[in-house]
Ligand binder design. Structure first.
Ligand SMILES: Cc1ncc(C[n+]2csc(CCOP(=O)(O)OP(=O)(O)O)c2C)c(N)n1
Ligand SMILES: [Mg+2]
Length: 560
C-alpha cells in the first residue's frame, strides 16, 4: 500500500474526521487519502487560517484537529496559528509535507522539526515507509493523550514509498489520574475549615463532568465558582457563578475573589491574567492547585498545596471526604447552600450576585453620540438580541474585553478564546472552526478592524461554506491598543491609525450580508437576519467610540 494511503486510513481509523488545510503538491495525496477514508476536508484560504480553524474546532470537539499543509511556505504560513494552538495545549496534528531526504538544494527545504520546536509545538516525522503508520499513529496519540500540538513532517520520498497495512490501530483507553490520598485529605481539611473558599476552574476543567463534580464539592464547602477566561461559561446558571476571574472580572467578582481565604485552582495555571498580576490573591489566602501535570503546579505562582490528579475525579474524591463529615446545619434551615456561615455562601450573597455580578449590572456613562456607538452599549444590545445558544470567538486588541465581558455564553463550549499567543488576526478563522464544530449554535466572531483586515482571506471561506455566523467588528479605524497605550505620552500615532475602510461594502463584496452601525437603531437589519438565518454570514461594521483605552488594556500591557 502507498504510504499516503496507509496514513490516511490509520488516522481516520483513530477518529480523525475533519481536516483543515491548503492543498499543494506535497499534501495532495495524503489529503485525498483522508477524504477517501471518510474525513471532511475544509479548504482555508491561508494556512494560518487553516491552523486556527483546526485549533478552535479541536477545542470544541474535544479531540485532535487535523491540519494539512504543503511543504516549506505552506508550513511557515501556518506558524502563528500553530504557535497559538501549541501554547494553548490544543490537541492538534499538523501534517506538514517536507522535502525528500536527498533534496538538499530544494527551494522548499527548511528545518521543520526545529521550527516546530521553536514554536512550542512537538516535532514528529514519518521516518521510513515501513514505520510510517506507526509514526502517524504515535503522533496522533501524542496530540490526543498529552494535549500537544504535534507537527508531523511527511517527507515526499517517504510519502511515495510502499508499506504493508498493519491493520487498524488497537486502542487501550487510559483511566483518569486519581489524587494521592494524603493530598486529597489535606484539601478536604482545608475546605472544611474555610470561611470564604473560591474555586478557579481553568482549561483543564472545561468539561460537564468537571462542572458536576466541582458543583458538588462547592455545595459541600460553600465555595464561590469562578473560571479563567479559557473556561468562561463553565458554571453558567449556578447562583454562585462569579464568571471570569482576572482582567475581565466584574468589580463584585474581583472583590469576592480577593477576599477568599482558600483559593483552589482546578486545571488552571493561576497565571498573571487570571489573578490580575496577583492582585486578586491576598497575602493571607491559602492557594491550592489541582492539576494532572506535575510541572503545571506552582509554575506561575507559589501554592501552599499542590494536588496531582484529574480535576473531576479529585473533586469527587474530596467531595466524598467532606460529605463523610458534613457541616452541621443550623436549626430550622434545610438548604445547606443558603446557610449563613456555610463557607462563603449566604442568602444575602446569592441575592447580591443575582443583581450585581455581571458586567451589565455595572452602570455605564454611555459615550454614543449618534455618529459613533459606545462599544459597551452595542455589546449589551447584542447580548439581548443574539440567541443564548451561541459561541463567542474573540480576536485580540483593545476591543476584546467588550465581547468577553458583556456577551454571556451558555456553557464551557460557548467561548473560543485563542489568546495564548496574543496574536491579532486569528479571530475570524477560529470563529469559522467553531461554527464547523458546532453547527447547532450561532457563532459570533468579535474582531477589531485591524484583526478583521489581517485575517480577511477567510471571509471567502465562511461564505463558500454557507456559514450563518455573526461577525461583529469593533471598528475604530486604528490599532486601538497601540493608540491608547502610546497616545497619552504624546507619541506620534500615524503608524497605528488608518483612514476609514468601508468594511460593510468589502464584506458584501465577499458575499456576506452587512450593516454599518452607528447607533442602536442601526441594528434592525441584524434582527431581520436572525429571524431569517440565511446561509451566509452577516458582518456588523460597528463604528465605535474610542475616546479612551479600555480599562483592561493597561493591565494587558503590564504583561508585555
Ligand atoms: C500578529 C500581531 N501583530 C501585531 C500585534 C500587536 N497588536 C496588539 S493589539 C493590536 C491592534 C489590533 O487592532 P484592532 O484589531 O483594530 O483592535 P483594537 O486594538 O483597535 O481594538 C496590535 C497591532 C499582535 N498582537 N499580533
Ligand atoms: Mg481597531
Amino acid at each position: 500500500m502507498r504510504v499516503t494511503e496507509a496514513v490516511g486510513r490509520a488516522l481516520t481509523a483513530l477518529g480523525a474526521d475533519t481536516v483543515f488545510g491548503v492543498v499543494g503538491s506535497g499534501n495532495f495525496h495524503v489529503t485525498n487519502s483522508l477524504i477517501a477514508h471518510g474525513a471532511r476536508f475544509i479548504a482555508a484560504r491561508h494556512e494560518c487560517g487553516a491552523a486556527s480553524m483546526a485549533d478552535a474546532w479541536a477545542r470544541l470537539a474535544g479531540r485532535p484537529g487535523l491540519v494539512s499543509l504543503h511543504q516549506g511556505p505552506g508550513f511557515t504560513n501556518a506558524l502563528t496559528g500553530i504557535t497559538e494552538a501549541a501554547k494553548a495545549r490544543t490537541p492538534l496534528l499538523v501534517l506538514a509535507a517536507d522535502v525528500s531526504a536527498d533534496a538538499v538544494t530544494s527551494n522548499f527545504k527548511i528545518d521543520v522539526a526545529a521550527i516546530a520546536a521553536a514554536a512550542d509545538a512537538t516535532p514528529a516525522r514519518l521516518h521510513s515507509a515501513g514505520f510510517a503508520v506507526d509514526d502517524a499513529v504515535r503522533a496522533y496519540r501524542l496530540a490526543r493523550d498529552e494535549r500537544r500540538t504535534v507537527v508531523l513532517a511527511l517527507p515526499l520520498d517517504v510519502q511515495g514509498g510502499e508499506c504493508n497495512w498493519p491493520g487498524p490501530p488497537v486502542e487501550r483507553p487510559g483511566s483518569p489520574l486519581a489524587p494521592a490520598t494524603g493530598q486529597a485529605g489535606q484539601l478536604a481539611a482545608l475546605l472544611a475549615g474555610a470561611s470564604r473558599p473560591v474555586f478557579l476552574a481553568g482549561r483543564g476543567a472545561r468539561h460537564p463532568s468537571a462542572r458536576a463534580a466541582l458543583e458538588r464539592l462547592g455545595d459541600g464547602c460553600g465555595a464561590l465558582l469562578a473560571t479563567s477566561a479559557a473556561a468562561k461559561g463553565l458554571f453558567r446558571g449556578s447562583p454562585w457563578d462569579l464568571d471570569v476571574s482576572g482582567g475581565f472580572a466584574s468589580p463584585l467578582a474581583a472583590e469576592l475573589i480577593a477576599a477568599a481565604d482558600v483559593l483552589v485552582g482546578w486545571g488552571c495555571s493561576l497565571n498573571m491574567w487570571t489573578t490580575r498580576h496577583g492582585s486578586l490573591v491576598s497575602p493571607d489566602t491559602t492557594v491550592v492547585q489541582v492539576d494532572r501535570e506535575a510541572e503545571a503546579i506552582g509554575r506561575h505562582r507559589p501554592v501552599q498545596l499542590g494536588v496531582l490528579g484529574d480535576v473531576a475525579l479529585t473533586a469527587e474524591v474530596v467531595a466524598g471526604l467532606l460529605e463523610s463529615e458534613p457541616r452541621q446545619p443550623l436549626a430550622g434551615q434545610v438548604d445547606a447552600a443558603d446557610l449563613p456561615g456555610t463557607g462563603y455562601r449566604s442568602a444575602a450573597l446569592r441575592d447580591r450576585l443575582a443583581t450585581g455580578v455581571r458586567w451589565r449590572h455595572v452602570p455605564i456613562d454611555d459615550t454614543s453620540d449618534g455618529d459613533r456607538i459606545d462599544p459597551r452599549s452595542l455589546t449589551i444590545a447584542l447580548d439581548d438580541l443574539l440567541p443564548a445558544e451561541r459561541i463567542v470567538a474573540v480576536d485580540s486588541g483593545n476591543f476584546m474585553g467588550y465581547p468577553s465581558m458583556f456577551l454571556s455564553v451558555p456553557d464551557q463550549d460557548g467561548f473560543c478564546f485563542t489568546q495564548a499567543y496574543q496574536s491579532v488576526g486569528l479571530g475570524l478563522a477560529s470563529a469559522i472552526g467553531s461554527a464547523i464544530a458546532r453547527p447547532d449554535r450561532l457563532t459570533v466572531a468579535a474582531l477589531g478592524d485591524g484583526g478583521m483586515l489581517m485575517g480577511i482571506s477567510e471571509l471567502e471561506t465562511a461564505v463558500r461554506l454557507d456559514l450563518p455566523m455573526v461577525i461583529v467588528v469593533y471598528d475604530d479605524q486604528a490599532y486601538g491598543a497601540e493608540v491608547h497605550h502610546f497616545g497619552p505620552d504624546g507619541h506620534p500615532l500615524d503608524t497605528v491609525r488608518f483612514p476609514d475602510s468601508d468594511l460593510a461594502a468589502i464584506a458584501r463584496g465577499f458575499g456576506c450580508d452587512a450593516v454599518t452601525v452607528r447607533s442602536l437603531a442601526d441594528l434592525a437589519p441584524v434582527r431581520t437576519w436572525l429571524e431569517a438565518r440565511p446561509p451566509r454570514p452577516i458582518l456588523i461594521d460597528a463604528q465605535v467610540t474610542a475616546d479612551r483605552g479600555a480599562w483592561w488594556l493597561e493591565e494587558a500591557f503590564r504583561g508585555h
